[in-house]
Design a protein around this ligand. Sequence first.
Ligand code: HEC
Length: 116
Amino acid sequence: MRIIRLVFLSVFLLHGEDFMSTYEYGQMLYNNPRGISCAKCHGEKGEGKYIGQYYKKDKKQKKIILQEIYGVRINDKTLAQIKESVLKNHDIMPTYSLTDKEIKAIYEYLKKIKNS
Ligand code: HEC
């Protein structure tokens, strides 16, 4: 009995990824992409969200202004747009080192979850 349980466990561990659907894979990556979660800035469903605000000096108007930061809506973007954005340098958003497969999984996940 114990042996059987052990065999089952190792089969599960070795082929664990097969049990994970593309949806779950994308969900995992969106929320834990080896860096700050996309959800923190773009919302649970990629619908966009308010991140915060700070004061900054406006050079043209020569006064201090309140700057608000929004994580834009991303569940309506194309795969190419998401890929470009994830890999490039931004002021606020971090740069991620995700593979094509991982970026595609995030894209597929956002496409599915946006209407749920
Ligand atoms: C710390 C906050 C933060 C995190 C974390 C973050 N983003 Fe962003 N993201 C932003 C902000 C702010 C912008 C808009 C301004 C800019 O381009 O920097 C943006 C822009 C984008 C855009 C471009 C939208 C457009 O209009 O072209 C995409 C796509 C995107 N993010 C996807 C992601 C994905 C996918 C992740 C996770 C792997 C992620 N972001 C994580 C803050 C964040």
